[in-house]
Design a protein around this ligand. Structure first.
Ligand code: GAR
Length: 218
């Protein structure tokens, strides 16, 4: 297609993050296009979203592969053939093995609905509510071989309210996810992501001012 780099987006469900990425790409806010969308679930709404924008899709059901490694190898094969430069996990609810992670070193991003390293794994918003934190948020990070342990690129913070339900908190977090995923992709393609050990540095980007937020506002 065009000379603009392609990314592969992996989804398992609604795909609202995928939509935010497609929209950012169509508005020219990120210098890449979504070249392929892959889902492990045939009924994922993210596949419908992709089709509406003329983006090729593939379904790879994990149930059809005897081992995680064989499933991952199939994903690697599809992504390599698509020519994607970057892989974005966007609500992809499978733990990926080293077969996948090592195929695209420093080229896989994941979004997680909590301020990592707190509340990794599933049900980030529920874990935050149960723990009783007063702020939570979301994180975009590079994928490594652990579960939600990779180097952090961007985080956004939201308050947790006393009358929150899991759904209300998840929706508040999701709004911010849509903003920071595109931001992380933009930083990646600008080649501005420096590294100092585990720390990812957004070289040359504006520092946010220091802030003081407290919750409750007593
Ligand atoms: C998002 O909240 C994402 O952070 C979360 O699943 C949701 C997918 O929403 N991912 C995880 O919990 C991964 N551990 P979406 O399909 O509407 O983008």
């Amino acid at each position: 297609m065009s000379g603009i780099p392609a990314i592969a987006v992996l989804v398992s469900g609604s795909g609202s993050n995928l939509q935010a990425i497609i929209d950012a790409s169509e508005r020219g806010e990120i210098p890449c296009r979504v070249g392929i969308v892959i889902s492990n679930k045939a009924d994922a709404y993210g596949l419908v979203r992709a089709a509406k924008h003329g983006i090729p899709t593939e379904v790879v059901s994990h149930k059809e592969y005897p081992t995680r490694e064989e499933f991952d190898a199939r994903l690697v094969d599809i992504i390599r053939r698509s020519g994607a430069e970057l892989v974005c996990l966007a609500g992809f609810m499978r733990v990926l093995t080293p077969v996948f992670v090592r195929a695209f070193p420093n080229r896989i991003l994941n979004i997680h609905p909590a301020l990592l390293p707190s509340f990794p794994g599933t049900h980030g918003p529920r874990q935050a509510l149960d723990y009783g934190v007063k702020f939570s948020g979301c994180t975009v990070h590079f994928l490594d071989e652990g579960v939600d342990t990779g180097p952090i690129i961007v985080q956004a913070v939201v308050p947790v309210y006393d009358d929150d339900t899991e759904e209300a908190l998840a929706a508040r977090i999701l709004k911010q996810e849509h903003r920071i995923y595109a931001m992380a992709i933009r930083l990646y393609f600008r080649g501005r992501l420096g590294r100092k050990g585990r720390r990812v540095l957004a070289d040359g980007e504006t520092k946010i001012p220091e802030f003081f937020h407290r919750n409750p506002d007593a």
